[in-house]
Design a binder for this molecule. Structure first.
Ligand code: GLN
Length: 280
């Protein structure tokens, strides 16, 4: 039996087309060192890879090559400094969504004990990140999927964060008022070829009607009645939807409508402030 070192195993995975970081995360998982970090791998690059770990690593690489997100293969994803447990019941949280969290935290900074709702919480990523940063906030997390809520609740419990959860569709039956409504809803057009690369994730978390804006339209329509005067609605959306979402917010009566770029410089979130009761 030829002994494989950790660095050889990584090189083989790279040769199969895996990204370096993906191969590193999967190797740490296969050798039972999920918390060791990638620097640890560099320091142990000549260590031998035991045959059973090698078999596990190869199986994981195969699944990754077939498109499964690394987060589902390892069962974890770091989001805003939180170690979340994730699996195929929820969207794999993206770093882009941290833009939404940053923006909400800035807007809520002057407000003591802010009331916040996260719509379509999935793994709980946004709600839990906000609650961790603002222990004084009252954070409600809503999802139409009981499966997703089970994942999010387990994350809240493990992280010791007092987010409240509710099963439902967007703001249906949610009274408010809120100082901020935040959401990373599904926003990919139903016929978008990009969806073919995302078949491992729940379609209900990704696709939203012909132009991808069906759920955003619903949320924009529901939000004004649930926002406190001066409260904000912040939405994540697709790379080419900022203008459309800005127009929806303005048409609904929102003020200070603006967009924020993600790490790649793409306008990824759009929000507006609810000015208060509309003049009669
Ligand atoms: N940002 C994800 C993607 O395009 C989609 C997430 C979503 O629909 N909310 O891969």
């Amino acid at each position: 039996m030829v002994t494989t070192t950790l660095s050889q195993a990584l090189a083989q995975a790279r040769a199969r087309g895996l990204e370096r970081i993906d191969a590193q995360m999967l190797l740490l998982h296969a050798i039972g060192q999920p918390d060791a970090g990638r620097a640890w791998l560099l320091a142990h690059d000549t260590d031998a890879l035991a045959p059973d770990a090698q078999a596990r690593f190869e199986a994981l690489c195969q699944r990754r090559a077939a498109g499964e997100p690394v987060a589902y293969l390892t069962g974890r994803k770091e989001f805003y400094g939180l170690a979340l447990a994730v699996d195929a019941r929820v969207l794999d949280p993206r770093p882009d969504t941290e833009t939404l969290v940053d923006w909400a935290l800035e807007l809520l900074a002057p407000q003591p004990a802010p009331r916040v709702v996260d719509l379509g919480t999935g793994s709980g990523a946004i709600a839990l990140a906000l609650q961790r940063q603002r222990p004084d906030a009252q954070v409600l997390a809503v999802d139409a999927s009981e499966d997703a809520l089970a994942v999010a609740r387990a994350n809240a419990e493990r992280l010791g964060l007092a987010v409240r959860f509710r099963h439902g569709s967007w703001l249906d039956g949610v009274p408010g008022p809120f100082d901020a409504i935040v959401s990373n809803p599904p926003y990919i057009p139903a016929a978008d070829p990009h969806l073919a690369a995302l078949t491992h994730e729940p379609l209900s978390a990704l696709a939203s009607g012909a132009d991808g804006l069906d759920d955003i339209r619903t949320i924009v329509a529901q939000a004004p009645a649930r926002l406190a005067p001066g409260g904000w609605l912040l939405l994540e959306h697709g790379w080419d939807q900022a203008d459309a979402v800005q127009a929806l917010l303005r048409a609904a009566g929102f003020a200070r409508v603006a967009s924020r770029a993600d790490l790649a410089g793409i306008a990824r979130c759009t929000g507006g402030q609810w000015p208060g009761a509309s003049p009669a």
